[in-house]
Design a protein around this ligand. Structure first.
Ligand SMILES: [Fe+2]
Length: 258
């Protein structure tokens, strides 16, 4: 049965995206889904948009994609600055066809989808950037298990079996208990049973779980496998530092995965 790779939160990091696409190709996986935030923060938004558009079967709208296309909401100063810089870069493209293609791609991204059983080996899967309730902007944090269990209970009412998200850049699995398990605690593999689960696939271009390697997942017949791919972090950091509109911190944080 055909495997599906699910990536998210690339954030203009071409080195990380290339490493992940190479890793997926080496595993002979053809189908790739992207849960959004292709741009924002990182130094190569146009290149990442082109690659994602060419390689992913479906890409969803992330809050940074939305911010660059329309307007940022609740962004900190560094994120907002990166958003406006990204918009400038895309607008300054001299190749009109490439420029229009990228804006059209960003503007047409869907916000939420359900992949049906025929397409997806482990049954029906809902996908969104943030959450099944507010697909673009809502964060689901591991701390919500303790601090806001009611929020998690509400989220589990919004889908049927599995829901895949990104947005926090922290990979892992939420169960209705509620509970959260990191990929390490799961031995890198989650096998869904009858109960519902929300799976965060982590971030390709800006991981925040103290592991700097790019994160993504593979769906197969019966499991979700968490994968990490090492990439040339120092090259990306150097590119961030060379762009004065991008806060140096947006590069430095990549080294520590935070
Ligand atoms: Fe993101």
């Amino acid at each position: 049965m055909e495997k599906i790779a699910v990536i998210s939160d690339i954030h203009g990091n071409l080195e990380a995206l290339t490493a992940v696409l190479d890793d997926i190709a080496a595993r002979k996986i053809q189908q790739i889904l992207c849960l959004g935030d292709v741009v924002g923060y990182g130094p190569q938004p146009a290149e990442c948009l082109d690659l994602v558009a060419a390689r992913c079967r479906l890409t969803l709208m992330g809050n940074h994609d939305f911010a660059v296309m329309f307007e940022p909401s609740n962004f900190n100063l560094g994120a907002e600055g990166a958003c406006y810089w990204t918009r400038q870069v895309l607008a300054a493209e001299t190749d009109a066809a490439a420029r229009n293609r990228r804006w059209a791609f960003l503007g047409a991204l869907p916000v939420k989808r359900v992949i049906v059983a025929a397409d997806c080996p482990i049954g029906q899967v809902a996908i969104a950037h943030g959450s099944p309730r507010r697909p673009i902007n809502e964060y689901i944090f591991p701390d919500d298990v303790y601090n806001n269990p009611g929020k998690l209970h509400g989220l589990f009412e919004r889908f049927d079996h599995l829901c895949l998200v990104g947005h926090t850049h922290v990979p892992g699995v939420y169960l209705p208990t509620p509970d959260f398990y990191s990929p390490d605690e799961l031995g890198g593999v989650f096998e869904p049973d009858q109960q519902k689960a929300i799976v965060n696939v982590g971030s390709v271009g800006q991981p925040r779980d103290r592991d700097p390697r790019a994160s993504y997942v593979i769906l197969d017949d019966h499991a979700v496998r968490f994968v990490r791919a090492a990439y040339d972090v120092e090259t990306t950091i150097r590119k961030v530092h060379e762009i004065k509109e991008l806060d140096d911190y947006l590069g430095n944080r990549l080294r520590e995965g935070r």
